[in-house]
Ligand binder design. Structure first.
Ligand SMILES: *[C@@H]1O[C@H](CO)[C@@H](O)[C@H](O)[C@H]1NC(C)=O
Ligand SMILES: *[C@@H]1O[C@H](CO)[C@@H](O)[C@H](O)[C@H]1NC(C)=O
Ligand SMILES: *[C@@H]1O[C@H](CO)[C@@H](O)[C@H](O)[C@H]1NC(C)=O
Ligand SMILES: *[C@@H]1O[C@H](CO)[C@@H](O)[C@H](O)[C@H]1NC(C)=O
Ligand SMILES: *[C@@H]1O[C@H](CO)[C@@H](O)[C@H](O)[C@H]1NC(C)=O
Length: 407
């Protein structure tokens, strides 16, 4: 057995369980080296829009290998990013001065051993554009964004972004977008989902039903990194680009889109196309970690539903109503409201036809289900789960009463 093999064997034996890691390069200061505990056998990637002139002054050592980061700042011919395999901890050292270091935007990402071994797990570094096409019955795709090279057109323009279009998959494929990087037990983690297609809705205590969207608005994901999990084949196209969308009009009646806020935020409105000839439904999913305040308001014809968060959090909350939407506004009194993810949706034609009825008013009740006047002919329930950051969950049942008057 060669010495290299013995070294790898030893490092596997002595390797400890470690979570996947992200380390920003601005943390690697001239004061000394930075040691990151990672799993041996994990893959080490660099996502960076920084100049190679500075990256070449940063050394990465793992086991017996030392390379400079400019060598990792590259893609293979097939568009996949270069990586090296961890053999014990990763040590980073720099000869850049601290002014240069503080301006670096790139970061190192290290997977776990199992993720590196999994053929359904892949990683992309988005520099300009990237097509992603997966044929397998299951896949996890990590997207590492790099700094946006675009003139500042809005003060809330994100620092890094994926602009996602051409999402193409069958209604039988469940597609999920999730924030952060996949955890060690990534196959079990779903509470960080910020976009899904199809969506699944609960109808009161009745059956769940699925709605698949053929049309998806361009999705702007202003996060440093995120990932896709898919239960079937899909294609999509990523661009490192930002388009101002503070007032946005949807491109179809049946559609879904997202609003993500991570740092600076300016109010947004989504104007919906509607089809008054058919019954409609609309709503949103949200996860929000609000340090100031945020109001998500869905305006229907003649009624509205709003969800206001004040220094509170909620995870995987959703609200919907069998009513045609007019607009969705997401507002805050603060320019730094906190982090939030909203997926809105609207569709027409799948609900029980509300023949010869007109929705005249929508009433919202919290905590109780109220059967009101005789004018109420049907009621549907919206369930939301709110939890404070300390995790003492308060379950609020909001019942939405749809009053209808027969013409
Ligand atoms: C830091 O390094 C940069 C690039 O090498 C150089 O232009 C700058 O003058 C240096 N700053 C200090 C304070 O040494
Ligand atoms: C998701 O669930 C895990 C436990 O399964 C928990 O540690 C984590 O904080 C949750 N994340 C969110 C965003 O609620
Ligand atoms: C949303 O629609 C309502 C009802 O038509 C309208 O009064 C309101 O001004 C709209 N909001 C925005 C921000 O356009
Ligand atoms: C909109 O979605 C509904 C529910 O899936 C479907 O019944 C209807 O045909 C769709 N309409 C269009 C124009 O695709
Ligand atoms: C929702 O449930 C109500 C009452 O159970 C039923 O009448 C209605 O058809 C259901 N709607 C959908 C879209 O399944």
């Amino acid at each position: 057995m060669s010495r290299v093999c013995v070294f790898f064997l030893l490092s596997f034996i002595f390797s400890v369980h470690a979570d996947p890691k992200v380390v920003n390069l601005f943390r690697v200061t001239s004061l000394g080296s930075l040691t990151i505990s990672v799993e041996s056998g994990g893959k080490i990637f660099l996502a960076s829009g920084d100049d190679n002139q500075y990256l070449k002054n940063i050394q990465l050592t793992t086991g017996t290998t030392t390379i400079t980061l400019d060598k990792l700042n590259d893609l293979n011919d097939d568009g996949s990013p270069k990586f090296i395999t961890a053999a014990g901890s990763v040590i980073l050292q720099t000869s850049n001065n601290d002014t240069t270091t503080s301006r670096l935007s790139g970061y190192i990402y290290v997977t776990t051993y199992l993720q590196a071994q999994d053929p359904t797990f892949s990683v992309y570094v988005l520099k300009t554009t990237q097509s992603i096409s997966k044929m397998g019955m299951k896949s996890t795709v990590v997207v590492l964004n790099t700094v946006l090279r675009q003139e500042l057109i809005d003060y809330d323009m994100p620092r890094a972004i994926s602009y996602v279009t051409k999402i193409d998959h069958s209604p039988n494929t469940n597609l999920y977008f999730q924030w952060d990087i996949p955890a060690s037990n990534w196959n079990d983690v779903t509470n960080n989902t910020f976009f899904r297609n199809p969506i699944e809705l609960k109808n009161g205590t009745g059956p769940h039903f699925k709605v698949f969207f053929d049309n998806i608005e361009p999705l702007q994901i202003g996060l440093n990194y995120w990932y896709i999990t898919s239960m079937g084949p899909f294609n999509l196209f990523l661009e490192n680009k930002y388009v101002s969308d503070h007032s946005y009009t949807t491109t179809a009646v049946n559609t879904t889109g997202i609003i993500v806020g991570k740092s600076f935020y300016a109010d947004r409105v989504v104007n919906f196309q509607s089809d008054t000839s058919r019954s409609s439904a609309s709503g949103f999913f949200d996860s929000a970690y609000i340090t100031d305040d945020l109001t998500i308001k869905l305006q229907f014809v003649g009624a509205s539903f709003s969800n206001t968060l004040r220094k509170e959090s909620e995870t995987q909350n959703y609200a919907w109503s069998p009513a045609a939407p007019v607009n969705l506004t997401v507002t805050s009194t603060s320019t730094l409201p906190g982090t939030f993810y909203i997926q809105y949706f609207a569709f027409a034609g799948d609900l029980q036809p509300l023949t010869s009825t007109v929705a005249t008013s929508l009433m919202l009740q919290t905590s109780t289900t109220t059967v009101a006047s005789t004018a109420v002919t049907t009621s549907r329930i919206i369930t939301t789960t709110k939890g404070s950051s300390s995790n003492c969950g308060v379950h609020i049942l909001i019942s939405l009463l749809l009053s209808m008057v027969f013409c």
